[in-house]
Design a protein around this ligand. Structure first.
Ligand SMILES: *[C@@H]1O[C@H](CO)[C@@H](O)[C@H](O)[C@H]1NC(C)=O
Ligand SMILES: *[C@@H]1O[C@H](CO)[C@@H](O)[C@H](O)[C@H]1NC(C)=O
Ligand SMILES: *[C@@H]1O[C@H](CO)[C@@H](O)[C@H](O)[C@H]1NC(C)=O
Length: 418
């Protein structure tokens, strides 16, 4: 076991923990995969609708679990959701098969199956093995249904996983412009996704990379940066380690929350306050961190408190909260207490990049906020989603081996790019 893993285990026993940067080990077997943020400027502005539909489906997931006795009809998804395309995608290029086919896959810590074929068709090659299973996952902002194969997957130079379960879409809904999903969440989210073989979990790419000795730790480090361009290749997934060049200061690790249903995901407990006066926004409560969500979603009562504190009003055209330039000038920071650390989320971090206002159907000189309504009240064990507009300000680690989540500030935490 490496020093990081040892350290993490010991400190996890002591509850919320902070580890200092110097104890992390060198970058020997860290393998990184770049990923991009892309915005679809021809899409209908539906940023919030897509995120809310996803949150609702994730939150409701446990109540529908274990009820599956046969493959659902592919034409009758269990949850009816808008079929809108994502306005914002976080995608990486992944190669499947030999000779390989290149796929653009969404990076998703909120699900754990990997599948392809929504846009670019899957090609059977010498490394493809048909398992005879069907596979289905419902995301809220879409779903897919298809055949399971195992195949070779190249995530990056030097990281080729064999025998990886891959869903080959026969029907995919809500995934225009991408080929599928690279599911990097907790493996338990794969339970009940296969039929008829629904007896077990389906190892994720991280589980397989670890089991095959390609990485030393069952952990993923995620670096992302704020950007004001339509497309930017500025994200990095590091498999099996964390890239110490991508963060500043100390890494705070907290255990996955014990509160359901957030506990099924990369869920954490956090407290949110606003401004120097410490106005309560969200009392300590459970929610999730999620690379498959764009916005920062807060329970309805929390978003109301935030609106009261900031004076924001709902913009009917864009669907996001809006401030006047004067209100923005006096906007204060949000403070996220995660474990023993308080992370400051600056006024600039709270707004949508103004250079991209028109890309979401907005007006140039308006100020739109990235904190939005989750669509349900607090107290339900799933009271927030720290999506990408939150995560782009911090380095983020999902340590599945030790069921913990890490955060650290980066050189972009206080960036004024927006
Ligand atoms: C962008 O959105 C439009 C309309 O919703 C859709 O038809 C198109 O396929 C999308 N393009 C990409 C690259 O996602
Ligand atoms: C939640 O799940 C239950 C059980 O599968 C289902 O009947 C219900 O329609 C779902 N609710 C929502 C809001 O998706
Ligand atoms: C391939 O992976 C599956 C799970 O996806 C597992 O059941 C099977 O034993 C693996 N086969 C080999 C040869 O490792």
């Amino acid at each position: 076991m490496t020093s990081l893993a040892l350290c993490a285990v010991v400190l996890a026993l002591a509850g919320d923990s902070v580890i200092a940067k110097p104890v992390q080990r060198a970058t020997s077997s860290h393998i990184s995969l770049p990923f991009a943020r892309r915005m679809n400027t021809t899409g209908i502005p539906n940023l919030l609708a897509v995120d809310q539909a996803r949150a609702k489906a994730l939150k409701n997931r446990s109540s529908s679990k274990g009820t599956k006795t046969s493959a659902r009809s592919p034409l009758a998804p269990a949850i009816n959701v808008p079929a809108d395309n994502q306005v914002v995608d976080y995608v990486a290029t992944v190669l499947v098969g030999n000779p390989p086919t290149e796929f653009f896959l969404l990076i998703d810590t909120g699900s754990s199956n990997t599948w392809v074929g929504a846009t670019t068709p899957f090609t059977v090659t010498s490394t493809t093995v048909d398992t005879g299973n069907e596979v289905e996952v419902i995301y809220g902002s879409g779903f897919f249904f298809g055949e399971e194969v195992t195949d070779q997957v190249q995530l990056a130079n030097g990281l080729t996983i064999t025998n990886q379960s891959i869903g080959v879409a026969e029907l995919a809904f809500g995934f225009d412009g991408v080929d599928g999903i690279l599911g990097i969440g907790p493996v338990d989210l794969t339970v009940d996704t296969l039929f008829p073989d629904d007896t077990d979990t389906v190892p994720t790419v991280i589980d397989n990379a670890f089991a095959q000795g390609l990485i030393d730790e069952r952990l993923i480090g995620i670096s992302f940066e704020p950007t004001d361009t339509i497309e930017a290749l500025n994200g990095e997934l590091t498999f099996g380690g964390i890239n110490t060049n991508k963060f500043t200061g100390e890494m705070t690790f907290v255990p996955i929350t014990s509160t359901a249903p957030a506990s099924e995901f990369v869920g954490i407990d956090q407290t949110v306050t606003y401004g120097a006066a410490g106005t309560p926004i969200l009392a300590t409560t459970a929610g999730i961190t999620d690379t498959g969500t764009t916005l920062l979603l807060l329970a309805t009562d929390a978003i109301e408190a935030y609106q009261t504190a900031t004076g924001a009003v709902l913009d009917d055209t864009v669907g996001l909260l809006r401030l006047t330039p004067d209100q923005f000038a006096s906007l204060e920071s949000l403070f996220f207490q995660i474990g023993d650390t308080t992370f400051e989320f600056t006024p600039n971090a709270q707004i949508f990049p103004r250079a991209l206002n028109t890309a979401i159907g907005g007006t140039d000189d308006f100020v739109y906020l990235i904190a939005a309504d989750l669509g349900s009240p607090s107290g339900e064990g799933f009271d927030f989603v720290d999506g990408m507009t939150f995560l782009e300000r911090f380095y983020y680690v999902f340590d599945s081996a030790n069921s913990q989540v890490g955060f650290a500030t980066t050189e972009f935490t206080d960036s004024t790019i927006n």
